[in-house]
Design a protein around this ligand. Sequence first.
Ligand SMILES: [Zn+2]
Ligand SMILES: [Zn+2]
Length: 263
Amino acid sequence: MPDLFEQIEMPGFSPAYDPKTKYGYTNPHYKRNLKELLNKTSEGFCMYCYVTVAADGKLWGHLEHSIEKTNSKYLTECIPNIGWTCPVCNDIFKKYKEKERKLSQKDITIFERKIKCSSNRCTKACAKYKNLKNKYLRQENAQIILQPNGVKGFDTGFELKIQYNVQNGWFEPSAFQGEYSEQERQFIEKHINRFHLNDEAYRTNALITFFEDVIEGEGHIVRTPENNMVVRVFKKRLEGLERQDVLRICKKLYTYYMVKLKA
Ligand SMILES: [Zn+2]
Ligand SMILES: [Zn+2]
């Protein structure tokens, strides 16, 4: 079993759509509803890079079409095809080599033929959509753990998930789901690279700041701004622990960072 404090598995995002609420992309009211629900689902963080997208009562995330809506008009209002991301993930990282994973006309024709889509009333992925997603993910440059609802490994069927390795200060394939196949690991690693999760310029330092604050506060979990979801998930692990244990754990993990920084 992986260490619960040293390896932090990032959650998947499965929205609980309310049957009485209307969601959509084009209509501003339905769009607002969708944004609020997805923001609640991700607890205010980007579903791809985990940076905060809600601050001071404002939502500055973007609705992001998993399978790009340029592929088919039916994808624009397809609710399970819409995730919640920061502007950088939506406008830049996700778009990278988008043309190279454009679905073939044949796949689109199959998808659209006899489609029974009630657009913004569809909150469950239909068989047509699932089939299309499956084809999409097998293309070049489509190694993306699409959100919401994620992606299951083609070989093992395990949920493809990411963990934050606190010792090393980087993201990597999760050790909590079971043994991924080599191809599945590569898929996850390509996702991590696409969203620059480990890049010097983009990687998160939020947890280091959190450790420093806890150590300074002698084990009190202070109200550090949660710039990254890693901090939120880590804090949940600490819930119910005595102050002395919190301090001990944070000190230990902070030492790992310092050793790594000096190395
Ligand atoms: Zn992002
Ligand atoms: Zn539909």
